[in-house]
Every structure is written in structure tokens, then in C-alpha cells.
Design a protein around this ligand. Structure first.
Ligand code: NAD
Length: 290
């Protein structure tokens, strides 16, 4: 396929490189980054879109996505697919899909989970929204860039799945960290705490696969001084998107709201920026030690 790739940052560059390594013709554009391994580069976004079967965007937020969509949609050929893999608000995903239809294009919103490591290794998970035909057309690309793709429903369904998943993750990580901090104060050994919880009803991905306590459970960012991994600022972004969506549809998400407030405080007031999101544990440990 002839593929255009816009947004060659931490995630986009390795994803584009994997597509090129699999034999696709990839042309990329980024306003700040010069390029990625094995791909051609263009002078602007419209040039990338011209003649492409699929244009992939991997951008910071919904506002930028909408601006880039305005540049590429008029330049894309009828029936071409705009595949957006950024994490953005559901409304922007739906607006971009509607605009694509007006230009007789197909559109898929497919945010990812798996982080920079998953992007480099080609093991991302994609959660996709959009027409069946559009999903079918880009499925072979998901197979190169990732290990799993779930078609979640119509436009915006991929973003909805992503923010719901990450709202659960944010809340669960906080619960796991505060439980460790409580266990410490109760004199419970951390390894014993892990042995019990990881095989009892309190188990979760946060505890079992990404344990926030150093030296306990499988290797995780806690064992590397909380270098991300998944940065607390990215968790804050996703939690804010979940709360924005909850407001729009009037959903009751009190724990999501509280998790957002805690990660905001951690990132903006407590030097949490750039630390892994599991560094909530040392944050909770501080109480009583000041
Ligand atoms: P990044 O900031 O490294 O990359 C974004 C790139 O977009 C930058 O290189 C920037 O120069 C470029 N860009 C911005 N505006 C542009 C424009 N108008 N035209 C062309 N290029 C433009 O971010 P990232 O870590 O690669 O994340 C990209 C997306 O993936 C985000 O939506 C993020 O939430 C999501 N995501 C990131 C991770 C992660 O671990 N980094 C994990 C899952 C999802």
C-alpha cells in the first residue's frame, strides 16, 4: 500500500518504520521531527495525503487532529482511509469521521495501548471505531504494527473504549498504591501483600503485571526508579478525556473524577511529570514521613 504517516513522534516514528520494514511505501510528515527509519518525507501534510491508500495520523490531541484533517481530507483520493491512532476526545473522532464522509473517504479511529515499547516491537493493541469496510481495509496494517485489533463499533467507539479502559487503570493503580501504603503502616510485609492480593479478589493488572512496589512481582517501572513506562502525565491526559466525555453524556464517574484530581495534583504540584504513573506509591508513602 501507499501509506501517508503524519506525526512521527515517540509512537508514530516506530509505527511508520515497522510499516516500511514490512514492505509498504510510507511517506511521512511531522512539523518538528525530520523522519523515521526507511520512510520518505514530504514538505507538508497535504503532500503526504496525495495518492495515499491510507493516511495514518498519530498526533497529540483532538484540536491538532482536526486541523490536520482539514489539510489532508481535500487532498485524499475517493475511498482512501484516514486512520487516526492518536488518543483524542470522542467528539473530535466523530467530527473527523463525518468530515471524511463528506469527502467520500473512509475513517477509522484506532487509539492504541502498549506504549513506546509496543510501538517499537509491533505489539500494540488497537481499539477501533468506524465502518466495517474501513476496518477491513486497515486490518493488515494493524497486524504489522500490533498484535491485536478489536473493532468496537461506529466512529468514536475506539476512543470510547480507550478512555474507559484507562479510567479503570487509573483508579485501580491508585487503589493498589494506597493499599500498599496502608499495608506498610499495618506492618504487613510487601511480598506477603503481593502473594495474597495477586491471587485473591483484589488482583488486577496493576498489581499482578505492573506492581507499583519495587522488587515485588514481575519487573516493572517501580524497579527502574519509576522511569516510564506509562508516564503520569499521559494518564492524566486520558483521565481528563474520560471526565470530559462523562460530562458530555452526563455519566456518573465519581472515582474517575477523583483519580483525575489526584493525578493532576501529582503531575502539576508534586513533580510527578515524567515519572511513571505507578509512582503514586511513593507519593502515598510520604504521609507521616514529612
Ligand atoms: P509525541 O508528542 O512524541 O508525538 C506527536 C508528534 O506530532 C510530534 O512529533 C509533533 O511534532 C507532531 N505534530 C504535532 N502537531 C503536528 C502537526 N500539525 N502536523 C504534523 N505533526 C504534528 O507523542 P506520542 O507519545 O507519539 O503520542 C502520540 C499519540 O499517541 C498521543 O495522542 C498519545 O496520547 C497517544 N499514546 C501515547 C502513548 C505513549 O506511551 N507515548 C501510548 C498510547 C497512546
Amino acid at each position: 500500500m501507499q501509506i501517508g504517516f503524519i506525526g512521527l513522534g515517540n509512537m508514530g516514528a516506530p509505527m511508520a518504520a515497522n510499516l516500511a520494514a514490512a514492505g509498504h511505501q510510507v511517506t511521512g510528515y511531522d512539523m518538528a521531527v525530520p523522519g523515521a527509519d526507511g520512510i520518505a518525507t514530504a514538505a507538508d501534510a497535504a503532500e503526504v495525503a496525495d495518492g495515499a491508500d491510507v493516511v495514518i495520523t498519530m498526533l497529540p490531541n483532538g484540536e491538532i487532529l482536526r486541523a490536520v484533517a482539514d489539510q489532508i481530507h481535500p487532498a485524499m483520493a475517493t475511498g482512501a482511509v484516514h486512520l487516526d491512532c492518536s488518543t483524542v476526545d470522542v467528539e473530535s473522532a466523530r467530527a473527523v469521521a463525518e468530515q471524511a464522509m463528506k469527502y467520500t473517504l473512509l475513517a477509522v479511529d484506532a487509539p492504541v495501548s502498549g506504549g513506546v515499547g509496543g510501538a517499537a516491537a509491533g505489539t500494540l493493541t488497537f481499539m477501533a471505531g468506524g465502518q466495517e469496510a474501513a476496518f477491513a481495509k486497515v486490518e493488515p496494517l494493524f497486524a504489522i504494527m500490533g498484535q491485536k485489533a478489536v473493532h468496537c463499533g461506529e466512529a468514536g467507539a475506539g476512543q470510547a473504549a480507550k478512555i474507559c479502559n484507562n479510567m479503570i487503570l487509573g483508579v485501580t493503580m491508585i487503589a493498589t498504591c494506597e493499599a500498599f501504603a496502608l499495608a506498610d503502616k499495618l506492618g504487613l510485609d510487601r511480598q506477603k501483600m503481593f502473594d495474597v492480593v495477586s491471587t485473591s479478589s483484589g488482583y488486577s493488572w496493576s498489581m499482578n503485571a505492573y506492581c507499583p512496589a519495587p522488587g515485588i512481582g514481575p519487573h516493572s517501572p517501580a524497579d527502574n526508579d519509576y522511569q516510564p513506562g506509562f508516564a503520569a502525565d499521559l494518564m492524566l491526559k486520558d483521565l481528563r478525556l474520560s471526565q470530559h466525555a462523562a460530562e458530555v453524556v452526563d455519566a456518573d464517574t465519581p472515582l474517575g473524577q477523583h483519580a483525575t484530581a489526584l493525578y493532576r495534583q501529582f503531575v502539576e504540584d508534586e513533580n510527578g511529570q515524567g515519572r511513571d504513573f505507578s509512582a503514586m506509591l511513593p507519593r502515598f508513602e510520604k504521609r507521616g514521613h514529612r
